[in-house]
Design a binder for this molecule. Sequence first.
Ligand code: NAD
Length: 468
Amino acid sequence: MTGASKTGRMTLLAVTNPATLEIVGHVPDQGEAEARKAVDRAAAAAGGWRDVAPRERAEMLRRVYENLMLSRDDLVRLITAENGKATADALAEVGYAAEFFRWFAEEAVRTDGSYGTAPAGGVRSVVTARPVGIAALVTPWNFPAAMATRKLAPALAAGCTVVLKPAAETPLTALAIADLVREAGVPGGVVNVVTTTDPATVVGAWLADPRVRKVSFTGSTGVGKVLLHQAADRVLNTSMELGGNAPFVVTEDADLPAAVAGAMVAKFRNGGQACTAANRFLVHRDVAGDFVVRLGAEVEKLSVGAAADGCQIGPLISAAAVSRVRTKVDAAVAAGARITHRAALPDLPGHFYPPTVLTDVPPGADLVREEIFGPVASVLTWSTEADLLAAANDTEYGLAGYVFAGDLQRAIRLGEALDAGMVGINRGLVSDPSAPFGGVKQSGLGREGARDGLREFQETQYLAVDWS
Ligand code: NAD
């Protein structure tokens, strides 16, 4: 939740805890002028940062990792305050977020290049990877630390300077991370954060600025498309991490307790507000009844509330998010879906929706066609693999998928048949800084993490050296 107010001459953006609705901080609500000044600073720092020796850059990134781990408790307090997620989720997020700096500190000294002879002779080729230039980074509120570090660490490792716009709901964590980056010795001007309630103006100014060469965006597919159109005007290098509609497949020979444990992670981690969240449970009809009973029993035990009270599931980010989830569930129920299990709601003023399990969801319902982004598990059934795969891939998204099957070869075969950038095989979590994170179809372009993440911030240059 955000709001803007004027104090003196500076407009402020209020940051609200979505569990309690208390205001937990204020940051500047900046506009086009500040956006341009951020690029001025990134441009002034670009040459110096590009020329820092890779080892020295790597050591700074390693110190950022250490700073993040040392500040873990403070960051957890900030993340839970502005995002509302459970403390255990915030702790896991900080560990994951910090790991991007450790991983890319190690990658920073291994930037690829090659030296070769042209097949016809007479020419030697020298191929190097160079920083793509000033990068505009735009991040969502659902992982306020990790979505920032997943971009910052590879951008800095590649030698780019950046301008970063966090979501208006969760700017405090990004500002704290920028401070830790500076304290690790990264020069001023390399990372420039702009906070705003007017993302279209700030990001629009960046994409129109000829000094900016790259946009790396994580957020909804709708906004991603707007940015791709704007980026096309200047033929910008783009990376897009967009929405998902992950199928979670359970076969008749799956280990059901393991599948339910995986489902609890894939669906309810972060309160269901994850782009990789399981959106549709596709369970073989012979085991669907048993699966629903076991999953429902776990869901009814979930404690929903405020992080400060030790909850397992926090609120949704806003009243609008609750209303979007409620509309989809109510429409599915009106069309014949059945709510089988629900957790209790807390007595708090925040934006809560109860963790819910539904069966008999019509395949055409928005609940399973669109991203829910909330703690709602819809269970659908299948009886042949052909029907299963047709249903699983019947979506414009292709970010994550999950397969639980007793026969590992069958699980891998089904996983390979899913149109998804990432598939969990007998596990409910795919995110790992050392693995390429990203989607196919309308879930995005490019990959974050792994070696691929560094390539997103590099360009290839080839020198043809006359050797006659
Ligand atoms: P969103 O698209 O509304 O916002 C994301 C970011 O874009 C925010 O910083 C926002 O301020 C900014 N933004 C909004 N409108 C803009 C505009 N017109 N021009 C420029 N910037 C603009 O998404 P959200 O609601 O914050 O996040 C949820 C979405 O993010 C979900 O769809 C989720 O799947 C997706 N997501 C994807 C990944 C991934 O890696 N694929 C990870 C996390 C979240």
